[in-house]
Design a protein around this ligand. Sequence first.
Ligand code: PEP
Ligand code: MN
Length: 337
Amino acid sequence: MIAVLKNGTTEEQMNTLIDWLKAQNLQVHVSHGADYTVLGLIGDTRDVDMDLIGSLDIVETVKRVSEPFKQCSRKFHPEDTVIEIGGGDCDLVKIGGGNFAAIAGPCSVESKEQIIEVAKAVKASGAKLLRGGAFKPRTSPYDFQGLKADGIELLLEAKRATGMPIVTEIMNAAHLPLFEDVDLIQVGARNMQNFELLKALGKIKKPILLKRGLAATMKELLMSAEYIMAGGNEQVILCERGIRTYETYTRNTLDLSAVPQLQELSHLPVVVDPSHATGVRTLVPPMAAAAVAAGADGLMIEVHTDPAHAMCDGAQSLTPAMFDEVMQKVTKLREVL
Ligand code: PEP
Ligand code: MN
């Protein structure tokens, strides 16, 4: 349920209403917008007297929210959420609400030289965040599983060398102590519905990049974001990375309609990963441009200095020169838009 407060409601009037709602065992989520304030009521609202709330002097409207997701719903929070990443020991980057950011780097961290070289290259082309997998979710247990804790250490060295905030994937909540200095924690497609992991990430104060599951609906993606937010962590970025269809020329099928649809349903930023969505290097630049045209708040692109010898996902990795071209095109496109 949401209650929209009238313009001119005082802080004291609002707090009186909030205390009364809390006394009915409801959680109250306050969203201050430029024009009005929205109170989002979470909990069992069946016995809440809507007519009584609607008749209060300070209340403009009161409505039930039919969607099962509440905190990530735009009805609860009409304005775009801006997620701030990094700051302190590295650059401060914003995503959402008109702030666009490209995340780039290799699929996996392989060595100190590799990650620092690629970090410098993608930064020079305009990427704001450095990605690199340390714990890799591989389909085969015999494939390279990532450098794990050492991989995170190398990402931290690249952060010190370039000032870029770092993004890397977590697969197990028990690894959280290793992610202390990671600026944006990624939940991969395969773990989108690992609810215990999502609950653990709800308890921390760090931004989360939540990737859409391989066969997840948009509603399921939003429900997973809700798990994180319900725990108290409201800093979630959604990522469209393609879904599985019957097509085999591409690794997945990039669902670009998810960008405007998720933005309509939710206030959270939406970024697009055209690398895992297509699996094919030549398809990444046009799909990156299409994602920007569709209104994405950011891109995540895999870049490797020597894709032919990459330990993971070389076929979809761009060279730094290709990435540079993509960024030039994206910049022009955003100017036109
Ligand atoms: C990744 O970004 O490294 C990754 C494994 O992606 P996804 O979870 O989307 O497959
Ligand atoms: Mn990859």
